[in-house]
Write a protein that binds this ligand. Structure first.
Ligand code: NDP
Length: 287
C-alpha cells in the first residue's frame, strides 16, 4: 500500500487588517510551481493584543514561519529568540523562521527592494538618494541602501512624524557611514539637483487612494534619475505616471513585493521559487 501523508507544512501572515494582503496568491503559486503540494500559506487576522498568543500558537502548530505586517512588525520582536543584523537596525521584522521552536526574525522588505533595484541595473553605491517617508518600509529601505554604500540619503517626511524621521537618521548615523539629511516635508518638495535615485516609501497612492501622489515638484525630475515606488497596488501609480511622462526610468512596487516574497520562500523551504510564476499570479489576482 502507498504511504499516506496528509501533514501540511504551514506558513502565512499575521496582520490586522490583513484581508487584502495578497501574500497567499504569490506564495501558493510558487509552492505549486515548486511541487510543494503540502505547503499552505494562511492569511490570519491577529489583533494587536493577541500577538503573544499567536506566536505561541505558531510554535504549538509547528508552523515553519510567518510574515508579520501592520501592526505587528515591531511588537513581535520581543517574542523572538534571534534577530538578523539588518532587521535589528531596522527595528522591525516581517519574516519569522521557526527552526524546531527557535524563532529568528528577518526583514525582507529592504532586501526585496535592493534586489528590485539590482534587477533594474541600478546600484546604490556612491549614489545620492531621496527617500519620501520614514515609516516601516522607509526604515528598511534606508538601512539597506546605507549598508550597500549609498553616498547620501535625504529623508523627506511630514513633521507630524518628526520623531520617526529623527530616530531613523540617528540609527543610520550611529551604524553606517552614509551621510544623511532630514527634511521636514511641509511644501511641495523639489528634488535636489544631483539626485540619482528617488524612492516613494510612503503609503501615498495605495488602493483605494489611487489618485493620490506625493507632494513634490515633478518638474524637478530629470532623465538622469531613477524612480522607484513601493506601492504594489495599483502598480502604475500617479507618482510613476509623472516619471513616465518625463521619460524618467522607473519601477513599481510589484518587483519589491515579489522579491521579498521569494526571499521568504527560500528562507522557509530552502528552494528558489519561480518569480515569473509569482508575478503572473499576482497580476491576475489584481486585474
Ligand atoms: P507606515 O505607515 O509605517 O509608513 C507610511 C509613511 O508614509 C508614514 O510615515 C506616513 O505618515 C507617510 N505618509 C502617508 N501619507 C502621507 C502623505 N500624504 N504625505 C506625506 N507622508 C505620508 O507604512 P509602511 O512603511 O509599512 O508602508 C508604506 C507603504 O509601503 C505601504 O503602502 C505598503 O503597502 C508599502 N509596502 C510595500 C512593500 C512591497 O514589497 N512593495 C513592502 C512593505 C510596504 P503618517 O504615519 O503620518 O500617515
Amino acid at each position: 500500500m502507498k504511504e499516506q501523508n496528509y501533514l501540511d507544512s504551514l506558513v502565512g501572515v499575521f496582520g490586522h487588517p490583513v484581508s487584502e494582503n495578497p501574500g497567499v496568491v504569490i506564495q501558493e503559486a510558487a509552492f505549486r510551481a515548486l511541487g510543494l503540494d503540502k505547503w499552505r500559506f494562511l492569511t490570519i487576522d491577529v489583533n494587536p493584543e493577541d500577538i503573544a498568543d499567536a506566536i505561541k500558537g505558531l510554535k504549538a502548530m509547528k508552523m515553519r514561519g510567518i510574515n508579520c505586517t501592520i501592526p505587528h512588525k515591531i511588537e513581535v520582536i520581543k517574542y523572538l529568540d534571534k534577530i538578523a543584523p539588518s532587521a535589528k537596525l531596522i527595528g522591525a521584522v516581517n519574516t519569522i523562521i521557526n527552526d524546531d521552536g527557535v524563532l529568528t526574525g528577518e526583514n525582507t522588505d529592504g532586501q526585496g527592494f535592493m534586489i528590485a533595484l539590482d534587477s533594474a541595473d541600478v546600484s546604490a553605491k556612491d549614489k545620492n538618494i531621496v527617500v519620501l517617508g520614514a515609516g516601516g518600509a522607509a526604515r528598511a529601505i534606508c538601512v539597506e541602501l546605507a549598508l550597500a554604500g549609498a553616498k547620501k540619503l535625504t529623508i523627506v517626511n511630514i513633521p507630524k512624524d518628526m520623531a520617526l524621521g529623527e530616530g531613523l537618521v540617528q540609527t543610520l548615523k550611529e551604524n553606517t557611514t552614509v551621510s544623511v539629511d532630514y527634511v521636514p516635508w511641509v511644501d511641495k518638495f523639489k528634488i535636489p539637483a544631483g539626485t540619482d535615485i528617488l524612492v516613494n516609501a510612503t503609503s501615498i497612492g495605495l488602493y483605494p487612494n489611487i489618485t493620490d501622489k506625493p507632494n513634490i515638484d515633478y518638474d524637478t525630475l530629470t532623465t538622469a534619475m531613477y524612480v522607484q515606488d513601493v506601492i504594489p497596488n495599483p502598480a502604475f501609480t500617479p507618482f510613476l505616471q509623472e516619471a513616465e511622462k518625463r521619460g524618467v526610468k522607473w519601477q513599481s512596487g510589484l518587483s519589491m513585493l515579489i522579491n521579498q516574497a521569494a526571499l521568504n520562500i527560500t528562507m522557509w523551504t530552502g528552494l528558489e521559487p519561480d518569480k515569473e510564476v509569482m508575478k503572473q499570479a499576482l497580476e491576475k489576482a489584481l486585474s
